[in-house]
Design a protein around this ligand. Structure first.
Ligand code: R2B
Ligand code: URA
Length: 310
């Protein structure tokens, strides 16, 4: 389906002008293959034929989590086959019953590689068709530090911002900055919350800071290097709290920025909090508590996937 048909049906079209057609169109015509180097696969590898019907891309930091998600999705779909890409030294990938699960590592430099290669893969898998691409749902499921929220709260992000509360941006070859719209679609966040209503899981919607560093850009006092005082740390935390930030993690602003750039209409970030940053810096929850906190964000994701994909 082309852009005009998608628009006529009231469905948002992709931002075609932001898609790198000069490189990607040749992949569709067969002029050249696209090598998704960090996933260890290229567009001419027959294994990708099995991914053509992908309807959702689920991202998480760790490979173990990806493996667990794929097994859970398979169990929910009569033991549907799980296809794994063989290279796992950078990212772990599983495909099962219309969902591609992939890890992205920690931080925006790592996660941006996964997201850009997966966007290119979606372009290839959907034959560059904007209507088909716009139907793919994306989500990152992860952990975070809560702002004014106790450990174990699930935050569904409404906007990703950097530590200065401005949108995602990158240096542009030394001459300036590239800015991205790093808001998450509100209707998707609301639908995610609705799908888990009554589950007993505490869920909050709010803004999320993506720090480029776990210690310095999250204003911690417990790093090997510390640039803050107790006062400057609390001033920052109280400021972001007053500005509607509910949690702090390390990938969301980039994720929303890149997906908005291409115009994907449907994506989300679901992160459990491990601690309340207004009360401390160290993650002191026990192994069992951390497991149960993480399970909640997985449950919220699966409630939504089940409601929307079946
Ligand atoms: C949350 O947790 C990780 C750091 O511990 C990072 O990937 C993130 O966003
Ligand atoms: N992940 C983060 O990035 N920050 C935290 O405080 C906890 C998890």
């Amino acid at each position: 389906m082309g852009i005009r048909l998608a628009q006529a049906q009231g469905r948002p079209a992709m931002h075609d002008e932001n898609i790198n057609h000069s490189f990607l169109d040749g992949v569709l015509t067969g002029e050249h293959a696209d090598v998704y180097y960090h996933f260890g696969v290229a567009s001419d590898d027959p294994v990708l034929e099995e991914f053509r019907d992908v309807r959702a891309i689920i991202l998480a930091g760790s490979g173990d989590r990806i493996d667990d998600f794929a097994r859970r999705w398979s169990a929910q779909h009569d033991g549907a086959a799980i296809v794994a890409l063989p290279k796992e030294e950078r990212f772990v990938t599983r495909y099962c019953a219309g969902v591609l699960f992939a890890s992205h590592g920690m931080g925006m430099p790592s996660a941006s590689i996964a997201v850009q290669e997966l966007m290119r893969m979606v372009f290839f898998l959907k034959g560059g068709d904007p209507g088909a691409m716009s139907e793919v749902f994306w989500a990152r499921v992860g952990t975070s530090g809560g702002v004014g929220l106790p450990g174990g709260t699930v935050v569904v992000s409404t906007q990703g911002v950097m530590a200065d509360l401005k949108p995602y941006r990158l240096l542009q070859g030394g001459s300036g900055e590239y800015w991205f719209d790093s808001t998450f679609p509100r209707s998707v966040a609301d639908a995610i919350e609705a799908a888990s209503r009554g589950s007993g899981i505490p869920i909050e919607l709010g803004r999320t800071v993506a720090g480029n560093e776990f210690f310095l850009e999250q204003f911690r006092l417990d790093g090997a290097i510390c640039m803050e005082t107790p006062e400057s740390k609390m001033e920052w935390l109280e400021w972001i709290n007053a500005e509607g930030v509910r949690n702090i993690e390390m990938e969301g602003a980039m994720l929303a920025g890149y997906l908005n750039h291409w115009g994907f209409p449907s994506f989300a970030m679901i992160c459990t909090t491990l601690l309340n940053r207004l009360e401390g810096d160290q993650v002191t929850a026990s192994h069992d508590e951390l497991d149960s906190f993480s399970e909640r964000s997985g449950d919220v994701l699966f409630n939504y996937l089940t409601a929307t994909l079946g």
